[in-house]
Design a protein around this ligand. Structure first.
Ligand code: ARG
Length: 486
């Protein structure tokens, strides 16, 4: 069982072998087909997962007596060297060797001889690639969950400084009722919280081991699959070999969660863009997140939120690509599955970059000297307040006031519509109408109506769970802080 270095083939011989697969083939693959079918220039990013999977497999093979102890030692030594070669950039990735798996295996065999050739015992690239993608994705999900936490913390921090800042809440993008700016930001915290939960839920189904399914039907060797799963920190093993090698639902599920997260980012982007426009002037974002115009010297454009909105389409497109990829495939593995990687990789890259940049754009960067965050969004409370005072945002409060005086809600609604019409014709807010005029709409109206008509009064009155009253918003902030620190 020991490796011999005398029978070691050259790298070139291996490459030729990989082209022609075996003695069965009478001619090598055409160059065009080679380029068409090769994936190494994108799947090489799976190299760490590939080596981790191979090492766990080899340890198990040795423990089960399927390969010898020095085969294992040779494999470990070879993989250590390959790791170092890849990390230093010295590794010679070859198109001829098709993919990351064959590249690493060929190099291993070149380095350690027969032990390298024994590594593939009881394994197929079909269960190998499914394992690699799952291992890699698991790590990325953990990073994404961390970034989602950072973004939530950035929003919470800005919210904490803006509990009493009032802006108009909109429905149909028409002024509806005044809300606390913190309350508005915390709506996004809720969305990103669910996004993180969806990621971690998908992780449970990602973190399951296909290895041991072999090509499709399982293997004749006495593999200890649970041992491999434990070594790799996986939660379990795929229970059906056909399913283990062929389904990519875990990747689809992840991409669906990523799409939803990008959709939330996109909605937030849309708000940032609107809030930044001169007609609103609610916020500014730091100059390093904006760009100028080559022709209009006065411009500062919100390129980052706009791009994020645009990139949302790209991620949703990847979801469509992946789900369609699986649609027509009979069991078990088909080469179609090689097409899972680029959309998945791009989804991960896009989402991670976007989350990172949003956390910083909103919350700012920690000043290394003081530790305080600087350079996040700047809030123009004055402009928000002025906007909330336009558009009769407290009309519902007047109706509620009349209901508390005994009017049925529908009658109160109608009475207030008349009051708004009158205020509009004078170009003033409801709160600016004299008491006598208001009393003309209903005799039950008294001096205390002006408390109800004020922006603060309107907010304070919505003091039920989930409402915008500052007391409620503070309670939510405390809940999020405790949750995000845990
Ligand atoms: N590069 C392939 C993929 O990404 C690896 C599996 C190849 N298996 C096979 N039977 N051709 O799916």
């Amino acid at each position: 069982m020991s490796s011999s270095s005398t029978s070691q083939p050259s790298h070139d011989q291996l490459a030729t072998k990989a082209q022609a697969w075996s003695a069965l083939f009478s001619e090598p693959m055409s160059d065009l087909v080679k380029r068409y079918t090769s994936s190494v220039f994108f799947d090489k990013r799976l190299w760490q997962a590939d080596i981790a999977g191979s090492l766990a497999h080899a340890e198990m093979l040795a423990a089960q007596g399927i390969i010898g102890a020095h085969d294992l030692a040779d494999i470990q030594r070879g993989m250590a060297q390959i790791t170092q070669e890849i990390e230093s950039g010295a590794f010679d990735w070859q198109l001829d060797l098709e993919d990351v798996h064959l590249n690493i295996e060929a190099r291993l065999t070149r380095l350690v001889g027969d032990a390298g050739k024994r590594l593939h015992t009881g394994r197929s690239r079909n269960d190998q690639v499914a394992t690699d993608v799952r291992l890699w994705l698991r790590g990325e999900i953990d990073l994404i969950a961390g970034l989602l936490n950072e973004l939530q913390l950035a929003l919470v921090e800005v919210a904490e400084h803006n509990v009493e800042v009032i802006l108009p809440g909109f429905t149909h993008l028409q002024v509806a009722q005044p809300v606390s700016f913190a309350h508005h930001l915390l709506a996004y915290v809720e969305m990103f919280k669910r996004d993180a939960e969806r990621m971690l839920d998908a992780r449970k189904r990602v973190n399951v081991l296909p290895l041991g399914s072999a090509a499709l039907a399982g293997t004749t060797y006495p593999l200890a699959r649970e041992r491999v799963a434990r070594t790799l920190g996986m939660d379990g093993v795929c229970q059906n070999s056909l399913d283990g090698v062929s389904d990519r639902d875990f990747a689809i599920e992840f991409t669906a969660a990523a799409s939803l997260c990008m959709v939330h980012i996109s909605r937030l982007s849309e708000e940032l863009i609107i809030w930044m426009s001169q007609n609103f002037g609610f916020i500014r974002i730091a100059d390093r997140f904006t760009t100028g115009s080559s022709i209009m010297p006065q411009k500062k454009n919100p390129d980052v939120p706009e791009l994020a909105r645009g990139k949302t389409g790209r991620v949703v497109g990847h979801l469509m690509g992946l789900i369609t990829l699986i649609k027509g495939q009979p069991l078990a593995y088909n080469k179609d599955n090689q097409e899972d990687k680029e959309p998945l990789f791009d989804t991960v890259d896009t989402l991670k970059d976007t989350l990172r940049i949003f956390a910083e754009m909103i919350g700012g960067q920690a000043n290394p000297a003081t530790g305080a965050k600087e350079g996040g969004i700047t809030v123009n409370a004055q402009a928000m307040r002025a906007a909330a005072q336009k558009g009769y945002a407290t009309a519902t409060d007047l109706a509620d006031y009349l209901v508390k005086k005994g009017l049925p809600f529908r009658d109160a609604h109608e009475t207030v519509a008349h009051a708004v019409k009158a205020a509009q014709s004078h170009g003033v807010d409801l709160s600016e109408l004299p008491l006598a005029v208001l009393q003309g709409f209903h005799p039950a109206i008294e001096k205390d109506v002006f408390d109800a008509l004020s922006l603060e009064g309107s907010l304070n009155a919505r003091n039920t769970l989930g409402g915008t009253a500052p007391a409620q918003v503070r309670a939510q902030l405390a809940r999020h802080r405790a949750r995000l620190a845990a």
